[in-house]
Structure formats: structure tokens, C-alpha cells
Design a protein around this ligand. Sequence first.
Ligand SMILES: C[S@@+](CC[C@H](N)C(=O)[O-])C[C@H]1O[C@@H](n2cnc3c(N)ncnc32)[C@H](O)[C@@H]1O
Length: 167
Amino acid sequence: MAKHINEKYVSVAAITKAEHVRVVKDIFKTITRRYDFLNHFFSLGRDIHWRRFTTGKMHFLKTFRFLDVATGTGDLAIETALRYPAVRVTGLDFVQEMMDRGKRKVEKKGLSHRITFSRGDALNLPFPDDHFDVAGIAFGLRHITDRKKGLGEERQGVAPRGPGMGG
Ligand SMILES: C[S@@+](CC[C@H](N)C(=O)[O-])C[C@H]1O[C@@H](n2cnc3c(N)ncnc32)[C@H](O)[C@@H]1O
């Protein structure tokens, strides 16, 4: 019997994978408007530093494409596009509301021609093998029900010698 934390959500240890996915989608649909503020506030701005650190580790050698899995409102996608002007970025997420907010940020920064968003599941990526030089996930791995499979999907999408990055 699931142990209730509050009236709406239950402990992830006590629910099925399908329920876990439903709760994750529900949470991010609900907090979309406040997500960026909450992320910066609760991490005291460290999230910004970590994305910057991560993009500094990237190497683009063949396809000059970056895949941002669980892109949310697109901050890692934007940081990467700003740092590497020759790179095209795909942000993938299964919550459209988060990506809609990301799209507006991308438009404001004039990056729409280099950053596109795609709705999909990190556990079943809809891209050909070896399509990207780099794949990354920022603050998203913890929400994925099968982390090993998620990282395997990312690895498959990355051209040989490209690093995959998870967090
Ligand atoms: C904490 S947010 C991270 C957003 C962004 N990467 C950032 O750096 O702020 C986690 C995101 O992961 C997405 N997500 C979780 N599981 C997913 C899955 N299996 N497939 C696609 N997106 C997923 C959620 O919808 C949410 O937008």
C-alpha cells in the first residue's frame, strides 16, 4: 500500500514506474512558471555554475550537434548554443509546458534557428544512432525511472568519441 507524503504525491519508493512517470509529469506541468526561479533559489545559483562547467567540458568534432535530454525550460541548451556558435542543439523533454517556456526564452535570445525542441521520452530517444557529438542531461537523471537505460540511449545517440554527460 502506497504511503502518502501528502494528499497528492506519494513516496517514489512505494509506487510503480508508471505512477512515478505520471507524478514527474504532473509536478513539472504544475511548476513550469516558477521552475527557473525555484531552481536558482534553492541551489543558491549553483545550477547556473554547473551548467557553465558542463558546457566547458564539451567537444564537438563531427556532427556539431548537441542533445539536451530532459531539457525542461532549456537552460543547458541555451548555455551550449551561446558558448559554441557553430553547434545546433536539440532539447528533448516529455513535458510540453516546460519546453514551451524554453522556446520563448530561446526566441528572446535570437537562438531559434539553432535550438529546436522535441517532445519525447529519455528512455526511447527518437533519433538515429551517432547523430550527436555530445548528449547531456542536467538535473534530470534523478527523475528517470531507469537511469541505466536512459544513459544507454544517450550513448547510442552520440557519435564515436563523443562524450555523454549525466547529472
Ligand atoms: C529538474 S528538470 C531539469 C530541466 C533542465 N535540464 C535544467 O537544467 O533546468 C527535469 C526535467 O526532466 C524531464 N523528464 C523527466 N523524466 C523524463 C523522461 N523520461 N523523458 C523526458 N523528459 C523527462 C521533466 O519533464 C523535467 O522537465
